[in-house]
Design a protein around this ligand. Structure first.
Ligand SMILES: Cc1cc2nc3c(=O)[nH]c(=O)nc-3n(C[C@H](O)[C@H](O)[C@H](O)COP(=O)(O)O)c2cc1C
Length: 119
């Protein structure tokens, strides 16, 4: 979705990242299932980058269809998708995507870290 098909189709692997919403030991809801899975995804992305691969997270896909095709059980939640593979030359991308092949800026800390509550 959202133009992802244009560049993601040729990725070596498309990974659907799924979290388990309940604890294994007692079946109770696991409030940090998304947080935990996000941390695991970050490790995957860092290790991929260390190996020189492109690891690109995506939210632009059909979540319901992914769950259906992969028979994801009810107590699991589809969180995101990632395309992993060797980086293609920028010339292989449509022109509007080529500009995005530069490292992006990061927000200054004062914009994202607050002392006390939100204003
Ligand atoms: C959970 C998640 C979902 C994302 N969804 C998309 C997406 O659907 N399509 C897309 O082109 N980029 C998406 N992005 C952004 C890219 O993966 C990547 O973060 C972005 O190109 C900027 O990379 P950089 O901040 O490391 O430079 C998503 C990122 C994350 C973490």
């Amino acid at each position: 979705m959202g133009g992802n098909e244009e560049w993601a189709t040729d990725a070596a692997v498309l990974v659907v990242i799924v979290s388990k919403t309940t604890f294994d030991h007692n079946g109770e809801p696991a409030p940090v299932h998304s947080f935990d899975t996000g941390a695991a995804w970050q490790n995957l992305a860092l290790e991929g980058a260390r190996r020189g691969l492109a690891v690109h997270g995506m939210a632009g896909f059909d979540y319901e269809r992914a769950a259906e095709v992969l028979d994801v059980p009810e107590e699991y939640e589809v969180e995101a998708m990632a395309a992993i593979g060797e980086r293609a030359p920028p010339e292989s991308l449509p022109e509007e995507l080529r500009d995005r092949e530069e490292p992006s800026d990061r927000k200054p800390l004062e914009e994202i870290v607050h002392r006390g509550g939100f204003e």
